[in-house]
Write a protein that binds this ligand. Structure first.
Ligand code: FAD
Length: 508
């Protein structure tokens, strides 16, 4: 007789969907075990364009359900995580020969009116000859539309969902791969392997959630043992980060001649983020990398608009990710639906499985609520939906109170300079005080590994947010990698090796 505990729900995947589902489920009273084979958000969820948006472009594909739900989520998510999510204005220059002005106006009218907008300002028209937004662009763009959407630190959204899930009692295991999942009557026996040590363990659960993103079909084939699965279409999207192309806090929405669009967004104070692309991806999602053709495409598309062309030599970093889009049979990658689909099997004596296909960062909370409806259909009702008004860790301050929160942190820790106080508030919100503890000076924060990444921050991330490697710290929990040299990275890596044996137990 196996005496190991039986969990209600086993979640495969520590991206935004897996972590969002785990958080919602544990908050309703289910016991939850989540396994992520790599780092949290190491899949698609750190490689997005980082917009909390309705998706203006999806209106052209009549995705009204998705757009409305996503628009409604903008202010909900902003209120629950005002440190990592904030409003952003987008400037969409009118370009002769592309979409007509009446069509853009119609789209923006719908955008303003179908999505429960309360705090976000409405659309307006800009005269680019007099508006500062016209300055960095070629003079041929005389008119533009300015509208609201939101920005999110995507990788941190994942880590904060995981943190909250663990605070509420979920078991969150990173570097833990699901190698097999077997139905034993009404229970699942899931074999997991610690990818750092090779050790395996069996975990039992009543219901299995497959939130493996681009690996969702792979998990069905290799771990669950299903044949011939083809639910998702893998579509690569890449971004380039270049030295700052403009000072304005607004982002740009550029239309391309091929019918696609790209964004140019202020990024990490000193940079501009430009993306994205859409191309079918046949390979292993782990191996995805920007291609030369994508770099050329992004440079050329942005150079159609900026007065100063975007050159390869401006690029300081690139990243790529794979969208796990539900395969609706669309002919072009850019036309495949961005909506999510949940499919279940099992029940009546056979342990249930629910798969999540597709989705957006923006709609993760609603996807989790829909998943919980399915779960409760199998396991019975436990609690009501609750995440609508529940701040994420560190997000318990008013949506419009970011500057006041920075001032509060500075008054408690007067030694912090403005930049560091802003950076800590942006990443950790009210939890910055947990990171800083009793520190009275920068020296109390320990060793500075470079770019003001102090030992106290690294320890906080290892102990509270499952960071194991320098890459976890520099490219997902923070973006300080943009400022780190190879030598500084190596020194941090060395330090983290000493911490990593203790991290998993500490994070829970
Ligand atoms: C280029 C691009 C731009 C985008 N821009 C936006 C945007 O601006 N706004 C927006 O809302 N959305 C955007 N999206 C969509 C959004 O990023 C994705 O829908 C979302 O991140 C998917 O999350 P996920 O949790 O389903 O997948 P993932 O984040 O990939 O998570 C799945 C996880 O499962 C793990 N896993 C897989 N197999 C196993 C196993 N056997 N055992 C354990 N773990 C396993 C993986 O390691 C991975 O971490 C964009 C996507 C792309 C690619």
């Amino acid at each position: 007789m196996d005496a190991s505990p039986i969990h209600d729900i086993f979640v495969i995947g520590g991206g935004i969907n897996g972590c969002g589902i785990a958080r919602d489920a544990v908050g309703r009273g289910f016991s939850v075990y989540l396994a992520e084979m790599n780092d949290l958000a190491s899949g698609t969820s750190s490689g997005s364009t980082k917009l909390i948006h309705g998706g203006l472009r999806y209106l052209e594909f009549y995705e009204f359900r998705l757009v409305r739900e996503a628009l409604m989520e903008r202010e909900v998510l902003w209120k629950n995580a005002p440190h990592i999510i904030w409003p952003m204005r987008f400037v969409l220059p009118y370009a002769k020969g592309l979409r007509p002005a009446w069509l853009i106006r119609l789209g923006l009218f719908l955008y303003d009116h179908i999505g429960g907008r309360k705090l976000l300002p409405a659309t307006k028209t800009l005269d680019m000859a007099s508006d500062p937004a016209g300055k960095p662009l070629k003079p041929l763009f005389r008119k533009a539309f300015e509208y609201s959407d939101g920005w999110v630190n995507d990788a941190r959204l994942v880590a904060l969902n995981a943190r909250d899930a663990a605070d509420r009692g979920a078991i969150v295991r990173t570097r833990t791969k699901v190698v097999s999942a077997r139905r034993d009557g009404a229970l699942w026996t899931v074999k997991v392997q610690n990818v750092l040590t090779g050790e395996t363990e069996e975990v039992r659960a009543r219901l299995l959630v497959n939130a493996a993103g681009p690996w969702v079909d792979h998990v069905l084939q290799t771990a669950v043992g299903q044949n011939e699965v083809h639910n998702v279409r893998l579509v690569q999207g890449s971004h380039i980060v270049v030295s700052k192309k403009f000072d304005d806090p607004r982002a740009y929405f550029f239309q391309n001649k091929d019918g696609r669009i790209i964004f140019a967004i202020p990024y990490e104070e000193e940079f501009t983020l430009i993306g994205t692309t859409d191309r079918d991806y046949p390979g292993d999602p782990h191996e995805v990398k920007i291609s030369d053709a994508e770099i050329d495409y992004l440079c050329a598309a942005a150079s159609e608009y900026f007065a100063q062309p975007v050159k390869r030599s401006d690029i300081v970093w690139t990243y790529s990710a794979v969208r796990p889009l539900y395969d609706d049979g669309a002919s072009k990658a850019q036309e495949a639906t961005r909506d999510y689909v949940l499919k279940a099997d099992g029940g009546e004596g056979a342990a249930p499985l629910v798969n999540a296909f597709g989705g957006k960062i923006t709609t993760f909370r609603r996807l989790a609520e829909s998943m919980l409806e399915k779960i409760e259909g199998f396991l019975g009702k436990r609690g009501k939906p609750w995440t609508h008004d529940a701040p994420l860790p560190g997000g318990d301050f008013p949506a419009t109170g970011f500057d006041a929160q920075v001032a509060r942190l500075k008054s408690t820790y007067p030694f912090l300079d403005q930049r560091l106080a802003r950076r800590f508030t942006r990443l950790y919100g009210t939890r910055a005080e947990k990171l800083l503890g009793l520190a009275k000076s920068n020296a109390d924060l320990g060793r500075n590994f470079g770019a003001d990444v102090f030992e106290a921050e690294v320890r906080y991330l290892a102990e509270n947010e499952w960071a194991v490697t320098a890459e976890d710290v520099l490219w997902r929990r923070t973006k300080r990698g943009l400022h780190f040299s190879r030598e500084q990275t190596a020194a941090l890596e060395e330090f983290m090796r000493g911490l990593s044996s203790r991290h998993v137990a500490a994070a829970e």
